[in-house]
Design a protein around this ligand. Structure first.
Ligand code: UDP
Length: 424
């Protein structure tokens, strides 16, 4: 089975945690390497060239390659500006496929921009199109009061129709998709992402001992720094605790991992806004920006924290939740999407209302007084590793591909080509 996997706007092998580079990259990297373990599978990941010093074809293993094709300027481009470069990328992809005479069995696209590329390839080469949204523009708009490109909203609706199958990361997303786009149940399959159980291992005594000795409480945030991630609510919650309970406040620390390399921080508006608030509210001695980390280093941060805080306003799954839990670390999550059911209230963590610093402040205080009653680290890990693994994600994804390839009567609801916003 040859899989043409599309990740137009970001390369899964670039540094994670920067602006726009997050869970989707981890998802594609982990899933494609798990799929490439199947004896009959070969995966090619097509992505936009972002560096001139990189080979067009990078071989990761005998059945996994990353292929960099031009689509817009060679270098980082804000993903909101990438739409106009799709035609160039599509042209280069088509040329590559024709010249290399590689025959694929299925095209699997990620995020709406790649979905539009996938649609093109589907019709040009007669392949089934499987699509994963990762996030949905209309839900992001709902959470944030309109931020997303109009084309994105239109394109996502369009992709619901032209895809042969949609893979969704949660039941919550599936039911929203069905309601919003009026999709038959069979068209959307829920497959949960996994967690790398070798990288994210049980925490040792490192953090616990150090924090206990100093009587400190170390909170951790991990992820991209953009408004939808809600990091500002943690800062505001700390400020509330500072006023209400100065004794507790002096013991609290927040470490922030993500946002790209520290020298790139100046380009990120949300980081600027958060840094100003920290300055205004005099929280500098409590909050530390560590920049993005590779996952191997990230493990130590999860392990050393008393709790991971995930304050997102919208999240299709939330990989950081399962990663921290695989390290045995409790998690405080906003009550949204799949996250609220991954964390078992009172056993592996607690939850609070999204975008509500007072609710988060109360949750932090509650956590501190009930910390000892939570499950021990081994049980938190077991709870999550029993449910989520990339091998399981790959098995289920393989089955979706197989059924699409073997089904000549796949239930495609094709729109006339003019329905594609690229042609507007
Ligand atoms: N991540 C990382 N380094 C960082 C920050 C984040 O490797 O400095 C990874 C993290 O391990 C997780 C992913 O980025 O796998 C974030 O995924 P999540 O689903 O939590 O958020 P998304 O980026 O999809 O919104």
């Amino acid at each position: 089975m040859r899989i043409c996997l599309l990740s137009f706007h970001c390369c899964p092998y670039s540094l994670i945690g920067g602006d726009g580079v997050g869970g989707m990259n981890v998802y594609i990297k982990e899933l494609s390497s798990a799929l490439a373990q199947f004896p009959d599978v070969e995966v090619d990941i097509f992505t936009r060239r972002q560096r001139s010093d990189i080979d067009t074809v990078k071989t990761i293993s005998s059945s996994l390659r990353v292929i960099h094709l031009e689509g817009g300027p060679v270098g980082p481009v804000d993903r909101r500006d990438l739409y106009e470069f799709l035609p160039e990328f599509i042209e280069n992809l088509e040329e590559f496929l024709v010249e290399s005479q590689t025959k694929y069995d299925v095209v699997y696209s990620h995020y709406w921009l790649s979905g539009l590329v996938g649609e093109w390839i589907k019709y040009r080469f007669g392949l089934p199109l499987i699509h994963t949204y990762h996030t949905l523009g209309f839900l992001k708009n709902r959470a944030l009061e309109k931020e997303e490109h109009d084309y994105r909203i239109e394109a996502e609706r369009h992709l619901a129709q032209v895809s042969d199958q949609i893979i969704s990361s949660s039941l919550e997303e599936k039911s929203i998709l069905r309601g919003e786009y009026n999709l038959p149940a069979v068209k959307t399959k829920v497959i949960y992402p996994g967690v790398n159980q070798e990288i994210f291992r049980l925490r040792g005594r490192e953090g616990e001992t150090e924090n206990a000795e100093k009587n400190n409480l170390s909170l951790l945030y991990v992820g991209r720094i953009e408004p939808v991630k809600g990091l500002m609510s943690i800062i505001q919650a700390l400020d509330l605790i500072k006023h209400d309970d100065p004794g507790l406040f002096s013991r609290l620390h927040l470490k922030i991992v993500g946002g790209g390399k520290k020298r790139e921080f100046v380009q990120n508006r949300e980081i600027g806004r958060i840094q100003e608030t920290i300055e205004d509210k005099n929280l500098k001695d409590q909050v530390f920006f560590l920049g993005s980390k590779k996952q191997k280093e990230l493990r130590q941060h999860y392990a050393a924290a008393d709790a991971l805080v995930v304050p997102s306003l919208y999240e299709s799954f939330g990989l950081v939740v399962v990663e921290a839990m695989a390290c045995g670390t409790p998690v405080l999550v906003s009550k949204i999407g799949k996250m609220k059911s991954i964390v078992r209230e009172g056993h592996s963590g607690f939850s609070f209302r999204p975008n509500d610093p007072a609710s988060l402040a109360a949750c932090i205080r509650y956590f501190i007084s009930h910390q000892k009653s939570l499950w021990p680290g081994e049980k938190i890990r077991e709870d999550v590793t029993g449910r989520f693994s990339w091998e399981r994600t790959a098995d289920e994804t393989y089955e979706v591909f197989r059924s699409q390839i073997d089904n000549p009567l796949r239930p495609t609801t094709t729109l006339p080509r003019g329905g594609n916003p690229l042609q507007a």
